[in-house]
Write a protein that binds this ligand. Structure first.
Ligand SMILES: Nc1ncnc2c1ncn2[C@@H]1O[C@H](COP(=O)(O)OP(=O)(O)OP(=O)(O)O)[C@@H](O)[C@H]1O
Ligand SMILES: [Mg+2]
Length: 479
């Protein structure tokens, strides 16, 4: 058997993301020529996951394993020269696709077994060595399918050390972050240095709503495809928080490479993408964000393939108002010339800013607030309200696939769920006329108003909700 395994190592078959069908066509033992056909040929294969199925296919065609044992069974795994089976990337997507195609049993590398067993309705068999797989398939060895208890993982969420209670003052910024977290809205914090922008943004994960199982599976699929999922964490049960440095490339942010890999926007799927010091990012890098921010996914096309990665993220950005940081600061004089300020701000294009639902100014903290002894509201208390508001949204939007929160609502959803009365309409019309808001801004204000109403626990959007939502847009247009 070792002999066959060594032959296989000469044939570098690559695979990724597709469910495999291995056809062993010809085996010429005399000349030691083995032809293996991976069908369909039109799909480019990448990765080492075909090793084990090819080896088992050869053994089955030579009669060592009974062929009928493969009925309703799928196999994946990389083979080492010593016969051990190594972990591969993207197992979760493969198992989900297999289950949806009627496969009943999946043999996976033992190291991937807990990740695969997150999918219910299919038996996952963890394999450590090829001889173990042969004995198992020949009926000479019994291996119990792997089970994982998802409640254990979901129960162990939220081990955040930093808490919102440490943030002094800035009540309206905390309120804005609560609204943003509840509805999944994009938010930009702008203000003078040292006022707590980074501090508050980094505490955001502690107030984000719980992931649903569906969202957790979607996010885990992205991590599984990159191979970044630790074996002890088979399922992403907390929302990802990605904070790439401003030197990130456009391929790093959006995804790409010779064999396309998901970028930061996809790794932040169903979570937060935090861009600190926003104007420091390269302009072309920021501009590529526009498409996924609108569509919620990224499509990367190469000559041989076109790959789709999900990218439903909440953008949180922070910046200073000017290069020296003190424009509008009552305590320090700004040393920037108007041209410098203009150049700094022009790094952020209008279309990008228009996609950011909430623009919040972060003022300097008053000294008496800083020295006050009593702690502010804790992350747990804020999170409870966020969770309640998000549950209302999930319930309302449950019939729409891949729509989990207000920020993701389509035009049809907005028409159905964001009806407003006459006083609200008047207020909104006035705001549009006065601030010159775009059509996009109009719909985004309605979504934020919906979230504010959900946080308050009321069914109908009221004029006060529209008023607060408009105020989050004012900053951008009044500069
Ligand atoms: N509102 C606040 N409450 C308590 N501590 C604060 C507050 N604001 C700032 N600090 C303290 O100041 C430090 C710096 O704050 P932070 O890095 O968040 O500022 P920033 O607004 O991001 O500044 P910059 O514009 O320079 O990036 C924090 O680590 C914290 O110790
Ligand atoms: Mg900062």
């Amino acid at each position: 058997m070792q002999k066959y395994v060594s032959y296989l190592k000469y044939i570098q078959f690559m695979q990724q993301f597709l469910f495999l069908q291995v056809l062993v066509c010809l085996i010429f033992y005399k000349n030691r020529l083995i032809t293996v056909n991976l069908a369909p040929a039109s799909i480019k294969k990448e990765g080492a996951g075909y090793d084990l199925p090819i080896a088992l296919g050869i053994l089955a065609s030579s009669g060592i394993i009974p062929s009928d044992t493969f009925a309703d069974t799928a196999v994946v795994g990389e083979l080492s020269l010593d016969g051990s089976v190594k972990r591969i990337r993207g197992v979760l997507s493969m198992v989900l696709a297999a289950r949806d195609n009627g496969v009943k049993r999946f043999l996976v590398p033992a190291e991937n077994a807990s990740e695969a067993a997150v999918v219910k309705g299919i038996a996952i068999v963890g394999i450590e060595r090829i001889d173990q797989a042969v004995e198992y398939l020949a009926g000479a060895l019994a291996i119990e399918p792997v089970e994982v208890d998802l409640d254990v993982f979901f129960g162990a969420t939220n081990r955040y050390q930093d808490d919102f209670s440490e943030v002094k003052g800035q009540e309206h910024v905390k309120r804005a972050l609560e609204v943003a977290a509840a509805g999944g809205h994009n938010i930009l914090l702008s203000g003078v240095p040292g006022t707590g922008k980074t501090m508050m943004a980094r505490r955001l994960p502690a107030i984000l709503p719980d992931l649903t199982l569906e969202e957790a599976l979607e996010t885990t699929k992205v991590y599984s495809a990159t191979g970044a999922l630790p074996p002890e964490i088979p399922l992403m049960v907390t929302r990802p928080f990605r904070a790439p440095h401003h030197t990130v490339s456009d391929a790093g942010l959006i995804g790409g490479g010779h064999i396309p890999r998901p970028g930061e926007v996809s790794l932040a799927h169903n979570g937060v993408l935090f861009l600190d010091e926003l104007p420091e990012f390269k302009k072309n890098v920021l501009e590529v964000l526009r498409q996924p921010m609108e569509d919620g996914h990224v499509t990367i096309s190469r000559a041989a393939m076109s790959l789709f990665f999900p990218a439903q993220f909440m953008l949180v950005a922070a910046m200073n108002p000017c290069p020296c940081g003190h424009l509008g600061d009552p305590f320090h004089e700004c040393t920037c010339s108007p041209v410098q300020v203009q150049r700094y701000r022009s790094r952020l294009s209008g279309p990008l800013l228009d996609r950011i639902d909430m623009h919040v100014e972060v003022p300097a903290v008053q000294v008496e607030k800083l020295t006050q002894a009593s702690p502010g509201e804790s992350s747990a208390a804020i999170r409870q309200r966020v969770n309640t508001a998000r549950a209302v949204q999930s319930e309302r939007l449950h019939s729409d696939k891949y729509v989990y929160c207000n920020a993701q609502m389509s035009s049809r959803n907005i028409k159905n769920y964001c009806q407003i009365d006459d006083p609200s309409r008047k207020l909104l019309e006035n705001a549009i006329a006065r601030l010159g808001l775009s059509a996009r801004a109009y719909y985004r204000i309605l979504k934020i108003a919906r979230t504010i109403a959900d946080l308050e626990g009321v069914e109908d959007i009221q004029v006060s909700h529209i008023g607060e939502a408009v105020q989050y847009r004012r900053v951008q247009y009044e500069k």
